[in-house]
Design a protein around this ligand. Structure first.
Ligand code: TMP
Ligand code: MG
Length: 211
């Protein structure tokens, strides 16, 4: 391809309830895109490998306590520390498939007493806006059939219900609500075909910023 403009990668986010299969689908999608010679990489938030991420891991595994606002800002900081890398990849034509992003950031924090969606959105303002959000949706019935919750903070039905309502408030025209109660491979094909068209449509569009 020649010309002044070179195509960028797309920013595609997978969101959804716990156990909806986000991580599995992210990995499969990147693998298959790479097989088709489409440059793509996985990213997951929280990224527990950084110094901030280690604090978040300690918080999630309940080894430390932090105030609600402080932990919210740390989850956001964990995205901001990866923002230069994200932009560099996208500008180099690499598509990013992201396992959780600002929507989890806002939906989980705003499920807490005294935390508003508007306040929670502020810290995320200016981060790259996804070209598409694939929300993997599971009915409460399907969810209850998928093994029990683990021991991490937030893995409680009452919290998850509030989180789901918050997710729905955040949905905009970039969202695709996808039924996650399907065979892994059927779901993968659905996600793949949507991703291919998002990647194609994003190529010569400039990256937008939140919100
Ligand atoms: P994980 O299970 O995908 O690693 O996510 C860990 C938990 O952190 C999960 O319960 C969702 C929550 N979370 C937030 O509260 N804020 C955020 O910004 C992100 C990315 C996740
Ligand atoms: Mg988890």
């Amino acid at each position: 391809m020649c010309g002044i403009h070179s195509s960028r990668g797309a920013l595609i986010v997978l969101e959804g309830c716990d156990r909806a299969g986000k991580s599995t689908q992210c990995k499969k999608l990147v693998h298959v895109l790479n097989e088709r010679n489409i440059k793509a990489e996985c990213l997951a938030f929280p990224d527990r490998s950084t110094a901030v991420g280690q604090l978040l891991n300690d918080y999630l595994t309940k080894s430390i306590d932090l105030t609600d606002k402080a932990v919210h800002l740390l989850f956001s900081a964990n995205r901001w520390e990866l923002e230069p890398k994200m932009k560099a990849c996208i500008n180099q034509g690499i598509t990013l498939i992201v396992d959780r992003y600002v929507y989890s950031g806002v939906a989980f924090s705003a499920a807490k007493e005294g935390m508003s969606i508007d306040w929670c959105k502020m810290a995320e303002t200016g981060l790259p806006k996804p070209d598409a959000v694939f929300f993997l949706s599971l009915s409460p019935d399907a969810l209850s059939q998928r093994g029990g919750f683990g021991n991490e903070r937030y893995e409680l039905t009452e919290i998850q219900t509030k989180v789901r309502n918050n997710f729905m408030e955040l949905a905009d025209d970039t969202w695709h609500v996808i039924n996650a109660d399907q065979e892994v491979d059927v779901l993968h094909q659905d996600i793949l075909s949507r991703a291919l068209s998002v990647i194609q449509n994003s190529e010569y569009k400039s990256l937008a910023y939140l919100w």
